[in-house]
Design a protein around this ligand. Structure first.
Ligand SMILES: Nc1ncnc2c1ncn2[C@@H]1O[C@H](COP(=O)(O)OP(=O)(O)OP(=O)(O)O)[C@@H](O)[C@H]1O
Ligand SMILES: [Mg+2]
Length: 432
């Protein structure tokens, strides 16, 4: 097994017909971009530790598949270095990188049985020996081919075929597809096909797995099951894994760490709960967590007061020094739906008018309007998401008051949208 190190990776594509470079990338990057190409990945630095399960997550089109294809060697890089263990693999062809990739649109060979699909990579790996052309290898292959259709006991198995056979059977058992080995892909369900595609990658026993949304075609139940199976398998095999998804539940439940990508740039790389509790910027705060974090524009008044048209709240003391420079200015307050608590009318509480009630059984979510927030001299009618206990009955149009759990409040700079962290704090979420 091996660690994977990505150093300053860049990738650009030539602009497609009719596409305007300036509109495709932020203006600061157009200057960097001397050859009129579209930068898809910029300054990617990432180390996936030996045996780690790293999840790469981000919205559609942010460059996740492109990054995996670069690591696998299926696409040339524009700049940067890729290390697998102590080997610099930049110039190595895919099959010499010792990496197995499960594709977003996994394709099985339709005319081959499950067995042959799984065995395919293993047999191909051995083909280098055969090119050396030894007569005995050719004769063996002929015998294997001629006896292939005979019942199992009568088939000729070369040493290579015997080891392929062992490997296919053990992987099939691991993935619980050992009863399906003789079937063709079209005779399988989506979930079974998915497991065959995984089996094909696992059978090769590579140093690194790259998985590109391997569960995207499965229904919710199968997805949850297969998710757990992949995590268990990865723990058993200890193979360094980079797993792409745009599903944040998958990211939170599967990864040792999560790397968040947006617009071709890494936003934050941290363990799941660290991302949830200490998002580095507004994008991460909004992306991780469902429903997403609410953002409320407020004015800060030193030493510890925040106000807007609807409420006035004195913050815990540990915010004092971090917020000092925003005295008299607007800042963005972030609060998650579960940290707004149904309360009583009070200055320090938020008055919200219920617009939508979504009862999920175990939880109820409200979309509720915060009236007349005044931000940079414009009134905004802002809708917030709130979680309430499922046994609480609420009516549409009802006005309710919510308190903010003080130690769960986040702040973001209104211009850079970077998180503002207090220097010290007595409790989570800010404790390291
Ligand atoms: N061969 C190519 N030529 C030009 N542009 C490309 C090429 N391949 C990908 N792109 C562009 O690069 C960007 C990133 O694509 P990529 O497939 O990596 O996104 P993704 O994060 O995997 O998205 P999704 O979640 O939808 O799979 C997209 O804007 C895409 O249109
Ligand atoms: Mg993709």
């Amino acid at each position: 097994m091996a660690q994977v190190v990505l150093e300053n990776i860049y990738k650009s594509f030539p602009p497609r017909k009719g596409e305007d470079v300036a509109s495709a990338v932020p203006s600061s990057d157009v200057q960097e971009n001397r050859t009129d190409k579209i930068n898809i990945l910029r300054r990617i630095n990432l180390t996936v530790a030996d045996g780690e399960f790293m999840v790469l997550v981000g919205p559609s089109g942010c460059g996740k598949s492109t990054l995996l294809r670069l690591i696998a060697g299926l696409e040339p890089m524009t700049g940067g270095n890729i290390w697998v263990g102590s080997r610099l693999v930049n110039r190595l062809p895919p099959k010499e990188r010792d990496i197995a990739m499960v594709f977003q649109n996994y394709a099985l060979y339709p005319h081959m049985s499950v067995y042959d699909n799984i065995a395919f990579g293993l047999r191909r790996r051995g083909s280098g020996d055969m090119q050396s052309g030894s007569f005995s290898h050719m004769a063996e292959d002929l015998l294997v081919g001629m006896t292939k259709k005979l019942p199992k006991g009568l088939r000729y198995l070369s040493d290579k075929e015997k080891s392929v056979d062992e490997r296919v059977n053990s992987v099939a058992q691991l993935l619980q597809i050992d009863r399906l080995l003789h079937r063709l892909p079209k005779q399988l369900s989506g979930g079974q096909r998915q497991r065959v595609a995984l089996g094909r990658a696992i059978a090769r026993n590579p140093q690194v797995f790259l998985m590109d949304e391997p569960l995207s075609n499965l229904d919710a139940k199968l997805r949850t099951e297969t998710r757990a199976q992949i995590v268990k398998l990865q723990r058993q095999l200890g193979t360094t894994t980079l797993y792409v998804t745009h599903d944040q539940t998958e990211a939170m439940t599967m990864g040792d760490r999560i790397a968040i990508l947006n617009g071709g740039q890494l936003q934050q790389v941290d363990p799941p709960l660290e991302l949830y509790n200490r998002p580095a910027n507004r994008f991460v705060a909004e992306f991780i967590g469902s429903p997403p974090m609410n953002f409320i524009p407020v004015e800060f008044h030193a030493p510890l007061l925040i106000t807007n048209n609807d409420f006035r709240l004195t913050l815990p003391e540990y915010w004092g020094s971090a917020l000092q420079k925003y005295d008299g200015r607007k800042i963005l307050l972030g609060i998650r739906p579960e940290h707004l608590i149904l309360s009583v009318p009070a200055n320090k509480n938020l008055p919200l008018k219920v617009e939508l009630v979504e009862n999920l059984g175990n939880d109820t979510y409200l979309a509720a309007k915060l009236t007349d927030v005044n931000f940079q001299n414009t009134a905004v009618n802002q809708t917030l998401q709130v979680r309430i206990p499922p046994d609480k009955l609420v009516r549409l149009g009802e006005q309710l008051w919510f308190s903010l759990t003080p130690e769960k409040i986040h702040f973001f700079d209104p211009d850079t949208e970077l998180a503002i962290f207090p220097k010290t704090s007595p409790s989570l979420p800010f404790e390291k």
